[in-house]
Structures are given as C-alpha cells and as structure tokens.
Design a protein around this ligand. Structure first.
Ligand SMILES: *Cc1c(COP(=O)(O)O)cnc(C)c1O
Length: 296
C-alpha cells in the first residue's frame, strides 16, 4: 500500500481527464483505500486488533479490507453473503485473495445477510471471533467520507464536472464536500435504486450534484457484450484498464453523454477512476461460463 497518492491526472482528450486512483494499490484500490484510511486509524487508536466487515462474492471492499488488515497488522473477518460460497472459495479469485491475506470468513444465507447488523447477530459474531471494529458493507460511514474528501486536490479546481461511479454513495459524498461551488459532481449509478439520493444527503453538505441512472446496464454487476467491447477498446486506446462493475460503466456513460451534447464544448471534465480492477478475474470466470467475450 503506497501512502503518497497524489498522482497526476491523465489527459484523454482536450476536455476529459482521468484521476488514476486505481494506481494506489491493486487490491486496496482507489476509493476503498480512501474509505479505509480513517477507519483503520480509528480502529487502531481505539485499541482494536481485528476488523470485521460484510460483502458479496466478488466484493472490492472485502479484498481491500483483507489486504489493508494484513499490511496494518489487524486480523480480519469477512461476513460473506451466500452460504453456497463456502465450498467455492478455491474457484473465487476475490475470496481466495482475501483468504491468502489471512481473512477468516463467515458465510451466511441471503436471508441472514439482511439482518447482519442486528445486535443479536453481532453478539454471535463476537462469540465466534472475539471483539472487532465494524466497517459497514461497502465501507461507507462518516470516516470513509472524510477519506474520500482527500481525492480532490488544488489542481482539480479547474474542472467544471467531476464524475464518479456510485455504489453506496460514500465516494460521491466526499467529492461533493470537497468540491467548489462552480463544479458539478455527476454520479454514475452502478445499480438501480432511488434510495441513493437519500443516502448521499446524509453525508453530503452541498447540492451541486446529480445522479445519472442510465448506464447501470440492467443492475449491479450486470454486463453485456457492448460493455465488454467498450472496456477492451478503451484499454487498447488509452492503456487504462477499467473494471466492469463501476468504472467501465461510468466511462461508457461519459462518452455517451459527450456524444449526445450533454456537456458544453469547452467544459472540462474529470473522471475519478476508483479502481476495482481485482474484480475483472471473477467477472471473466462468469463471462467464460456464459461463452461471452472476455475482458482483456
Ligand atoms: C466500491 C466502489 C465504488 C462505489 O463507491 P461508493 O462509495 O460505495 O459509492 C466505485 N468504484 C469502485 C471501483 C468501487 O470498488
């Protein structure tokens, strides 16, 4: 995990720049590094030796917590959605990586997963694993938003639009809080859902933002051949890899909006590449099963 993370924006066209947060680390990637930073400091100063969090089978957040825990000297526990995955760890690149980092797993049914933050269940987990610092699913809380406020730097004040993918809304909340009045923050939803507006208002202190729900490709982690082709062409042209869940869909959306005249000709656009590249292997396994083209 590198700690000096002010990297130069990469210029793609006369108006579009990419902030390469994916270069922070292959696993504690992009926004997950930002979201964990102050949570790890808090866990440390409160005397915890174990981090516990929640996630799905291919979660970038699970991979990030596993590696951050390993490098910062914490034990880690991942509560994973889906009992059936317990026997499939060896076939799941994300869980395999987390396990190699020393993460212990608790696999639970989808029904139990909905109750995962209830006091009874947390008690049970403490009996099973010992005391722990809880990081919420997707990593979003006040401290995570504080970390994401550090994504933008002085130099970024020249941009008119700042674009990011949206999952739980923690990242966009940090960007909004760190933005200037004249800037507009565009969030590209990686999933369907009207709840996001409300979630973002819990953390964001300004109103210069908008969610764009036209590019989730049918929902979270849904993919089609058009998106795979776009990701592959984008990498071939710009030498920048995109992940299929978040950044691929955002860039697809930005290009489509540019084509449709959404931005004025002289608008300066900054897209935050939030990482997530560890998810490509897992997605390629699914694509292969469906006999679809793979992500290069
Ligand atoms: C988790 C994640 C997001 C979503 O971030 P939120 O703060 O949950 O909105 C975006 N991009 C990547 C690569 C992620 O891993």
């Amino acid at each position: 995990m590198i700690e000096n993370i002010d990297q130069l924006n990469i210029q793609l066209t006369s108006s579009l720049f990419i902030k390469p947060e994916y270069q922070i680390d292959a696993f504690v990637s992009g926004n997950k590094y930002r979201k964990l930073k102050y949570n790890v400091i808090e866990a440390e100063s409160s005397g915890f030796s174990r981090l516990l969090t929640f996630g799905g089978a291919y979660s970038n957040h699970i991979a990030a917590v596993a590696k951050a825990g390993l490098s910062k000297g914490f034990k880690t526990v991942g509560v994973i959605r889906g009992e059936e995955l317990e026997k499939k760890v060896s076939n799941n690149p994300t869980l395999q990586f987390a396990q190699r980092c020393g993460m212990q797993f608790k696999f639970i049914s989808r029904g139990d997963y909905r109750n995962k933050t209830k006091p009874d269940f947390i008690h049970q987990l403490k009996r099973d694993f010992g005391d722990f610092y809880v990081i919420p699913e997707g990593g979003t809380n006040e401290l995570a938003v504080k970390g994401c406020e550090e994504i933008l730097t002085e130099e970024d004040k020249v941009f008119d639009f700042i674009c990011c993918p949206v999952g739980t809304g923690g990242t966009i909340s940090g960007l909004i809080n760190a933005s200037e009045e004249h800037q507009k923050i565009l969030g590209f939803q990686a999933l369907k859902g009207d709840f996001l507006q409300k979630d973002i208002r819990k953390f964001a202190h300004k109103s210069n933002w908008e969610l764009i729900a036209d590019y989730h490709f049918g929902g979270y982690a849904k993919i089609n051949t058009e998106l795979v082709s776009f990701i592959n062409a984008f990498k071939a042209e710009n030498s920048i890899p995109l992940d299929p869940i978040y950044t691929g869909k955002m860039l697809f959306g930005i290009f489509d909006l540019i084509k449709n005249g959404y931005f004025s000709k002289d608008a300066r656009i900054l897209a935050i590449h939030t990482g997530g590249l560890q998810g490509i292997d897992g997605m390629n396994k699914l694509l292969k099963k469906k006999q679809m083209p793979l992500i290069n």
